[in-house]
Design a protein around this ligand. Sequence first.
Ligand code: CMC
Length: 435
Amino acid sequence: MSAPAKRSVTITLDGSNKSTTLPLLSGSVGPDVFDIRKLYADLGVFTFDPGYGATASCDSKITYIDGDEGILLYRGYPIEQLAENSNFLEVCYLLLNGELPTETEGKAFELGVMRHTMLHEQLRTFYNGFRRDAHPMAVMCGVVGALSAFYHDSLDIHDAESRRISAFRLIAKLPTIAAWAHKYTIGQPFVYPRNDLTYAENFLYMFHAVPAEEYKVNPILSKAMDLIMILHADHEQNASTSTVRLAGSTGANPFACIAAGIASLWGPAHGGANEAVLKMLEEIGHVDNIKAFLADVKDKDNHTKLMGFGHRVYKNYDPRAKIMQKACHDVLEELGIKGDPLLDLAVELEKIALSDPYFVERKLYPNVDFYSGIILKAMGFPVSMFTALFAVSRTVGWVSQWKEMIEDPAQRIGRPRQIYTGAPKRDFVPASQRS
Ligand code: CMC
């Protein structure tokens, strides 16, 4: 819980004799917040904050972002240190449990997760209901939601062991679900998981391998995959995480909640941005066209956005974008891809945008998605898989946030209010009398 209030703010409603004193709560780091819970009871008014730009929706110990300084911490550890020294499953353990594992704990966790990588065999047939050209995110929404119809034994959200097993199942099965979504689209046989591989290796194996040939996972690709997964693992109360929490606050089962998170992630303003960045770069086509493209972006009547730029919280360089930019250069070099035209275009676009007053004044910097599409493309992923990969990586964050919420004794159903601006009460008029 947040620290007890040492300061407070007193609000007096103009034109009335009503006033209230609201406590100021402090987290361990970051700005203080006013606790407005008794505002309506004391003053008869609500707060108005569409898009929740100034509202802390919960109390959390998982991830901290300082948007002005460009800082991202998972359970207190800077993202740069985790990206450099850790691996994805260790980060999963950290996010779920609050501490880095000892070697023994880490091994047991890895074994626990990797034992759940297979899907119920009947789920295979579920895929046949989708069109072959279905977007992988559409398939993921459907199949992840369907998990609750297959794993009844871990649906009791009030039982700690059920929560633990559901968390393992979700983290373990998402790569299989995503890889099979791809295999289904291209008409190749589904490749079953291999638990002797690392989490990232297993995903690449299921994605790229075919039963007819031996497949060796390229270590450059598995290292990059692991890094990409770490960078996307959690990001505080973003739209999809808030969706998961809101769905979970009703008591819905974790599989249904994560399916809701996947749906929310899909949009181009959120996880769909990595796909949109690549499409944008392909449309721009050449550095000579950057100027005209940015003119469109700055034109208010033209709804073009510079995808991969801007963030609700970061008003500085997204720290994940810095790591991703370097990884992108490294991977292309290691794979021997010299002078990738899209990367050259992205670098030039970033340079021009960062010195353009429109972006400078609005504090619009590259976010994680600006470079992730280029690296994923170089790794052999089709554009339609980019957001699905984001969903695979973010599942641990969603599950950790859901678990934290369910385990909070103060948890209540999420239920925002509104300012009603529609018609006031009026009487029904029969159709024959309506003008
Ligand atoms: N290109 C052009 N203008 C922009 C952009 C952009 N990418 N982002 C913000 N602006 C402008 C916006 O039009 C507004 O201008 P004005 O003050 O003249 O009206 C100003 O900057 C403030 O923006 P906002 O719309 O209030 O910002 P927001 O916090 O509501 O939106 C955002 C944040 C991420 C949705 C938005 O920046 C955006 O759409 N970016 C492109 C999509 C993208 O890259 N999304 C990935 C986010 S990071 C990955 C993730 O966590 O999902």
